[in-house]
Design a protein around this ligand. Structure first.
Ligand code: GLN
Length: 551
């Protein structure tokens, strides 16, 4: 048996500015090293004090991603799962808040044996021990760790200190990658390297020298600029990797390999390459780039606006899941963001006209959400889709909204609602889980929803069953409210099909209308989007898009 290698560490940090694609760069490096037959896992470090991402508004920090074990985390974790095609766990995620919480609890339990507990080294040591635990749990040869934030800011200094300490201990096992940005000056101007040089100085002042620089820019970086960065930052030209803008994030691993990034990393870690297999991934990228025939999907949501900007990050996994399914059936996904409030006729009677535009789409998705804003607009959209046979896919809140709409329009319960919005409604068709009532009363909001993967049983002959092609599924949840069991029988009598439920039949997981009523009208209490992968698209998204194309 071959000797187990030393664990190798790749750290990814960002320079110059945020939003340059550090998460995708980290996930892509992981993918490439995986394609060279190493066992790879990834961890994400978020520098904020929140213990997890669960309490943050999506417009603040993008989508809250949920893992199988219920961890509410950063959307980059979704990128790792999608690129590496793996299921991660709480051990793969940490924040400043969670690290401090562990250290403080340990101190309270005399875990430091009466020593003075200090920011350095105890915080970096806890960070390193978590990285090692994540690697061990995933039996990894290489662990990629992305450090959130940008070098030079105060928030992530302790994480950089952890890298410094580790490099000191294991100089041959650690590779530090700086993802930096090169602005293009003027229309025909040149790529400017100075901000990257300053970012490297910042790293130097933290006691670190990057091993690799990923040069993000709108265009590929030429040899002259590579030489300039290499010379000024005491590096070799081959260590500077060109990372121009791409059509699809899934192109990134292929692009990095054009500059031989895997050879460079493996050499620095004294690892011998073990073959190379990026073929399936390459085929996917070929489909993405060369598919012309569109499928148009409208996503109706509310977390779009921050100041003058429109952010679609809040629904990142939904977006990716739609894309995966579209690529799978060789269609080009054309996704449009529709603001829920633009369909609320109480806000403006003219909004009625917007409903007509819904038939321009192959399908409409109503994703997850919380609270009152936009809900009447979403209900109006749902009704229009149901009555006009437009393919409809409701995710979590979207499923609850479909039940409310059905109860109002088909059963005539005009006031039917979720108690999240109207606690006094005559027909609380969506109601809070009994165990959740206590959490709300005690203001216990952190990590207290129904979270993570739960099994569900599917009904034979249903659309859900024909999509999954199996009876037992496991899907990820993030909600406090549920279909109220006292109304199930009456809803069923009028044609609402409960096609997925918990094995004790207490919790309803999927609703749908039969094929005879509607080509595709389906809602899930869980979030299928969290499990969709580019090479393994989610069966319900595939079924939705397939039907959408036919209609
Ligand atoms: N607000 C709803 C609930 O808490 C739906 C949540 C969601 O869409 N993730 O049950």
């Amino acid at each position: 048996m071959s000797k187990k290698l030393n664990l190798k560490y790749v750290f990814v940090v960002g320079g110059v500015m945020s939003g340059v694609g550090k998460g995708v760069a980290a996930a892509s490096i992981g993918k490439i090293l995986q394609s060279r037959n190493f066992n790879v896992t990834a961890t994400k470090i978020d520098p904020y004090v929140n213990v997890d991402a669960g309490t943050m508004n999506p417009t603040e920090h993008g989508e809250v991603f949920v893992l199988d074990d219920g961890t509410e985390c950063d959307q980059d974790m979704g990128n790792y799962e999608r690129f590496l095609n793996c299921d991660l766990a709480s051990t793969n995620y940490m924040t400043t808040g969670s690290v401090y919480q562990t250290v403080i609890n340990r101190e309270r339990n005399l875990g430091y044996g009466g020593k003075c507990v200090e920011v350095v080294p105890h915080i970096p040591l806890e960070i390193l021990s978590r990285i090692d635990k994540a690697a061990a749990k995933n039996n990894a040869d290489i662990i990629i760790t992305e450090i959130g934030g940008t070098v030079g800011e105060y928030q992530n200094v302790l994480f950089l200190e952890a890298v410094r300490m580790l490099k000191l201990r294991k100089p041959n096992d650690v590779v530090l990658v700086l993802v930096s940005y090169l602005p293009l000056q003027g229309k025909e101007g040149e790529l400017k390297t100075k901000p990257t040089q300053y970012a490297v100085r910042e790293l130097n002042s933290a006691g670190l020298q990057p091993d690799i620089i990923i040069a993000r820019a709108s265009v590929p970086i030429d040899k002259k600029r590579k030489d300039k960065i290499a010379f000024n930052c005491s590096m070799r030209e081959e260590d500077i990797i060109s990372a121009p803008d791409v059509i699809s994030i899934y192109e990134v691993p292929i692009n990095f390999e054009k500059d031989n990034i895997s050879e460079v990393i493996l050499k620095k870690m004294s690892l011998r390459p073990r073959g190379r297999d990026l073929k399936e991934w390459g085929d996917l990228v070929h489909t993405i780039i060369n598919t012309e025939k569109p499928v148009r999907i409208g996503i109706v949501g509310k977390y779009f606006n921050t100041g003058d900007f429109v952010l679609t990050d809040s629904y990142l996994s939904v977006l990716e899941a739609v894309k995966h399914a579209a690529f799978f059936i060789k269609r080009k996904p054309v996704i449009e963001w529709l603001n829920a409030e633009d369909f609320d006729t109480a806000l403006n009677p003219m909004h009625k006209n917007n409903l007509k535009k819904l038939s321009e789409y192959n399908g409409i998705v109503i994703p997850g959400g919380f609270g009152e804003r936009g809900i009447e607009g979403k209900i109006a959209v749902t009704r229009h889709c149901r009555e006009n046979k437009i393919p409809y896919f409701g995710l979590c809140y979207g499923m609850q909204i479909a039940v409310i709409e059905f109860a109002r329009s088909v059963l005539g319960w005009k006031q039917a609602h979720t108690t999240e919005i109207n606690a006094e409604t005559s027909h609380p068709v969506i109601d809070i889980l009994p165990e959740q009532k206590k959490n709300l009363a005690e203001k216990n909001f952190g990590a207290s929803m129904r979270l993570g993967a739960y099994p569900a049983v599917l009904k034979k002959g249903s659309i859900a069953y024909s999509a999954y092609k199996k009876y037992l599924i496991s899907e990820r949840h993030r909600h406090r409210y549920e279909v109220n069991p006292i109304y199930i029988e009456e809803l069923e009598k009028k044609g609402l099909v409960f096609s997925g439920f918990s094995s004790d039949k207490k919790l309803m997981e999927i609703i749908e209308l039969s094929h005879k009523e509607h080509p595709f009208f389906l809602g899930t209490q869980f979030h299928p989007e969290f499990k969709s992968r580019p090479l393994n698209p989610h069966p319900l998204f595939v079924e939705f898009i397939k039907t959408g194309i036919k209609h």
